[in-house]
Each structure stands twice: as structure tokens, then as C-alpha cells.
Design a binder for this molecule. Structure first.
Ligand code: GRF
Length: 222
């Protein structure tokens, strides 16, 4: 399964996939990176790993052509021969034509337990600041299939992370990011194995209980 990652930031989730699937482990090949801006730290990680990358923006390809962003992305995915698109800290809305064309083959990772603390404007520190303000005692990470709205779409898997006394948005972000780095490669591996899929009614089906055999890490120090 050829995986293309879309990222806007530092790309630590992208790195978790590079590390897990180095040299095509589990039949997963990291086929490319689409960055939403040239300053994305993820680009450096792609270069280090020898993964092709490009910047997605109208007119943003290397030949300076101007074209619609959706058409640009669709063409890039075809050229990279992608099977799965992973949004990992991608701050642009994926154009509807790409979402429709790739329905069931685009996933997103979000640093909270959706449908809480998601949606337009809920990214980065804002998510964890809202978590602190709300007083919830559990947050976590969610991986879901992408539809046309931010952070909506069928949920594939979630991982809980406790909120502790004295936590700040930064300390929660750090703890959640660790969970993200475990959860995202597990979901990509499950999609590659075919143990999880999206049925015709838009419901996620696992052929085995998805948390089976996995320790619930209630204690962040454990
Ligand atoms: C992660 O928290 C991810 O869930 C969110 O953006 C952050 C990206 O971090 N969508 P990184 O760029 O993968 O380090």
C-alpha cells in the first residue's frame, strides 16, 4: 500500500510512519509528502528519508504552473500512485473533488477525542487550550476517514490520554502527541492488512476488536 502524507508542520507523525514502515515493512511504502507550505519541517524529514515531496498550492509545482488546487492534488496523487492519503497536521481543507475521489482512502489524525474539540479553527495549541478550559479529565487522539468538513467523517480509532492536575496546553499536547505516534502507524498497518475498512453505509468495520491485546495506558508515566 502506497501512502502519501499531507502535512503543514514539523511532521513528527509523518516521522512515526517513516520509522514504522521503513523499507516497506508490512507492505506499506511511504510514497510521498505533500506539504502545504515550503517552511513545513516535514519536508526535511522527507529529504532525509529519500521520500519525494512537493508543495501543494495553486501554481506551486516546480514548473510554476497555475492550476486549481484540487486538480493539482489529484494529479500529484496519481503520479505518486497513492493508495492511501494521511493528513498529519495538514492545515488546509482538502478540496471536495479530492475528498470525493478518495472517499475511504483519506484519513486524518486529530489531537483530541472527536467529535469533541474539533472543527474549523481547532488545531495546534487551540485544541489543548480548549481542553484545559473545559475541565475534561480525559482527552486523546482520533484517526478518522476524511469527509468534506474539518475533523468530521467516520472514526476509525481513538486513544485516551488523561488530563492531570497542573496540566497546561503544552504538557497535554506532548502527552497526546506520544499517543498519536502509537495510534497512527497502528491504523495505517490495519488498513494495509485489511483488518479495518469503510462499508457502503459509511460505517467503519474492524474484523477484530481494535484495542485487543493493547494496554490501556491510563498512567502516562507507565
Ligand atoms: C498533531 O497534533 C496532529 O494531530 C495535528 O497536528 C499536529 C501535527 O504534529 N493534526 P506533527 O506535525 O505531526 O508533529
Amino acid at each position: 500500500m502506497r501512502v502519501v502524507v499531507f502535512a503543514s508542520g514539523g511532521g513528527s507523525n509523518f516521522q512515526s510512519l517513516i520509522d514504522r514502515f521503513a523499507a516497506g515493512a508490512g507492505g506499506v511504502v511511504m510514497a510521498g509528502l505533500v506539504a502545504s507550505r515550503e517552511t513545513a519541517g516535514a519536508i526535511r524529514r522527507a529529504e532525509t528519508a529519500g521520500i519525494p515531496w512537493m508543495v501543494a498550492a495553486p501554481g506551486g509545482d516546480s514548473r510554476g504552473e497555475t492550476e486549481d488546487e484540487g486538480a493539482f492534488l489529484a494529479r500529484a496523487l496519481a503520479r505518486l500512485d497513492a493508495d492511501l492519503v494521511v493528513l498529519a497536521g495538514y492545515l488546509r481543507l482538502v478540496p471536495p473533488q479530492v475528498v470525493r475521489g478518495w472517499w475511504g482512502r483519506i484519513i486524518n489524525i486529530h489531537p483530541a477525542l472527536l467529535p469533541a474539540f474539533g472543527g474549523s479553527g481547532m488545531y495546534g495549541a487551540r485544541v489543548h487550550e480548549a481542553v484545559v478550559r473545559s475541565g475534561v479529565r480525559i482527552t486523546g487522539a482520533t484517526v478518522h476517514f476524511v469527509d468534506e468538513a474539518y475533523d468530521r467523517g467516520p472514526i476509525i480509532a481513538q486513544w485516551p490520554v488523561p488530563v492531570l492536575d497542573g496540566d497546561t496546553a503544552a504538557s497535554i499536547a506532548e502527552r497526546v502527541l506520544e499517543a498519536e505516534h502509537e495510534l497512527l502507524p497502528k491504523v495505517v498497518a490495519a488498513l494495509a492488512e485489511g483488518t479495518v475498512s469503510l462499508d457502503g453505509d459509511g460505517r467503519v468495520r474492524w474484523s477484530r476488536p481494535w484495542m485487543e491485546g493493547r494496554r490501556f495506558r491510563a498512567d502516562p508515566e507507565a
